[in-house]
Design a protein around this ligand. Structure first.
Ligand code: MF3
Ligand code: CO
Length: 282
């Protein structure tokens, strides 16, 4: 048995939570599988992975600069992660070739580091890092503004962060996944932005991508019920122009806006608690 399996066996779901899940099921709601309810032992492990992931993003924020290549950021991510006894989750994940995703301006996500790609004054850059420590996973991303950024870009970056915060506020115990997307979608549209539909947040902790899929657009009171102990990401991708995206036909990873307008993204790993939620990353 792995450590995580032992914890499932030794640390049951609290009786009150189990009863409430049953009640939701009887009402016809979609209820998570018990394997999606993390136990205190799992959460302790995920916290450690998240602490390293946060320290890594802090280190990137100290070092990122105009003229840096995205490969230099990848090198930094690998060195820092390994120095902390951890593993970069993206490396060779479903064939992904590098250890971090770096998405610039019109790139929505999954930008692949390259020694030929430099950051320039005025760029807005998402750096998405995911760390495995002792078998537990963390996932978070931040935006960085390089040098003097236009007012429109700064606004997109700040409003996208607000979208994440609004999504987190909606992620309350016994609410639903649809409540998160509904809140984010409403806010983004009120600001004149569009929301990427093809990609979303996801369960995380014992694997990189677990259920549920967390859409950043949607209908309130629909989808899976949020149960204390669930750990998942919220990571809205918000576009200045239209919502449509295209996949890079050469590398088959990098997603960009179809209209070439800017996109931004922020991501946290959050834990649903009995009385709210907690961001495990920062
Ligand atoms: N870090 C991304 C996420 O937020 C996933 C990247 S998959 C990879 O879910 F293979 F590109 F790393
Ligand atoms: Co993620």
């Amino acid at each position: 048995m792995t450590e995580a399996e032992e914890i499932f066996a030794k640390e049951p779901i609290p009786e009150a939570v189990r009863e409430k899940m049953e009640e939701c099921r009887r009402r016809g709601q979609e209820v998570p599988d018990e394997k999606l309810i993390k136990r205190p032992g799992h959460i302790a492990g995920i916290r450690k992975a998240c602490a390293i992931n946060t320290a890594l993003l802090d280190e990137i924020s100290r070092q990122i600069h105009d003229g840096m290549t995205t490969q230099e950021i990848d090198d930094l991510v690998v060195d820092f992660t390994h120095a902390h006894g951890a593993i970069c989750a993206p490396y060779h994940f479903e064939g992904y070739p590098k250890s971090v995703c770096i998405s610039i301006n019109e790139e929505v996500c999954h930008g692949i580091p390259s020694r030929h790609r430099r950051l320039h004054d005025g760029d807005i850059v998402n750096v998405d890092v995911s760390t495995i420590y002792n078998g537990y996973y963390a996932d978070a991303s931040r935006m960085f503004m390089i040098g003097e950024v236009s007012e429109a870009r700064r606004r997109l970056v700040e409003e996208t962060k607000k979208c994440l915060e609004i999504g987190i506020q909606a992620a309350q115990p016994w609410a639903t996944v649809g409540d998160i997307g509904a809140a984010i979608g409403r806010y983004a549209h009120s600001r004149g932005y569009s929301v990427v539909r093809e990609l979303g947040g996801h369960g995380v902790g014992l694997a990189f991508h677990e259920d549920p899929f967390v859409a950043h657009i949607g209908k309130a009171h629909t989808g899976m019920v949020l149960v204390p102990g669930m750990v998942f990401t919220i990571e809205p991708m918000i576009n200045a122009g239209k919502a449509a995206v295209v996949l890079d036909p050469y590398n088959e990873w990098t997603v960009s806006t179809r209209d070439g307008k800017d996109s931004a993204q922020w991501e946290h790993t959050i834990l649903i608690t009995e009385d709210g939620n907690e961001s495990l990353t920062y």
